[in-house]
Design a protein around this ligand. Structure first.
Ligand code: PXP
Length: 249
């Protein structure tokens, strides 16, 4: 069965737009995580960024406390965040690029350029009982390098596929890259996740990619929640307006 990890960062983005620097506020990414689990999601994904632009440290700790499925912490391989992850003990970390110099031209992590450093981080995580995934473009050299780090998973970056989806030619070309990349990763003993930019239209074609374990999807699910939930939210507010009288004294 193909699993779904829901990325709840965008819930925190919305909260931070109004409540930055304050302890509480809405919407709450932790409540969102619980709703995703209740709906059947197989895991919760959150990215603790160095600039804390959405998920805050307190969110990460609360998520660790309440998430019953699988907590996937997306993170940069930097001393501060590695230290936090080792204490937090998510089930898995997905190492993503955060600074420009770590990014390949296609947006994935440049594993080939830093195998030794990533292997070191991978070892420290594994020693703490945390699995490791590397977020990479479906590029043969990066997949090969990922295997050399000893990571358990790669997450294939589907951003170029999502971007090219509107053009049949680009879509097919990007799908071919994902298919080839998944075969290569599988043959190297890597487990394969995928994510970024997947949505309700482009997802069905992803069924053509073999060996997938889990998809990590954020923006389109949170966007859809706004669309399908807006009517109910307005209805609730209208109910609160009922019974008002302009003659109130
Ligand atoms: N996977 C990784 C590694 C990510 O960093 C993100 C967030 O950018 C996602 C998946 C989810 O992407 P999206 O929000 O486009 O679904």
């Amino acid at each position: 069965m193909l699993k779904l990890g829901v990325n709840i960062d965008h819930v925190a983005t919305l909260r931070e737009a109004r409540y930055r620097g304050r302890e509480n506020g809405e919407p709450d990414p932790v409540a969102a995580a619980l709703a995703c689990e209740a709906a059947g999601a197989h895991g919760i994904t959150a990215h603790l960024r160095e600039d804390r632009r959405h998920i805050q440290d307190r969110d990460a700790w609360k998520l660790r406390e309440v998430v019953k499925t699988r907590l996937n912490l997306e993170m940069a391989s930097t001393p501060e965040i590695v230290g936090i992850a080792l204490n937090l003990k998510p089930n898995i970390v997905c190492i993503v690029p955060e600074r420009r110099q770590e990014v390949t031209t296609e947006g994935g992590l440049d594993v080939a350029g830093k195998v030794a450093a990533l292997e070191e981080t991978r070892k420290r995580m594994n020693d703490a009982g945390i699995e490791v995934s590397l977020f990479i473009a479906p590029d043969p050299a990066q997949i090969q390098a990922a295997a050399r780090t000893g990571a358990q998973f790669i997450e294939l970056h589907t951003g170029a596929y999502a971007e090219g989806f509107g053009s049949l030619q680009a879509r097919e070309a990007q799908l071919e890259r994902l298919i080839t990349g998944a075969h290569q990763a599988h043959s190297l003993g890597l487990k394969v996740n995928a994510g970024h930019g997947l949505n309700y239209r482009n997802l069905p074609f992803i069924h053509r990619v073999p060996h997938l374990v889990e998809l990590n999807i954020g923006h389109s699910i949170i966007s859809r929640a706004v669309s399908v939930g807006l009517g109910a939210a307005v209805t609730e507010m209208l109910r609160l307006l009922q019974g008002y009288s302009a003659d109130v004294v």
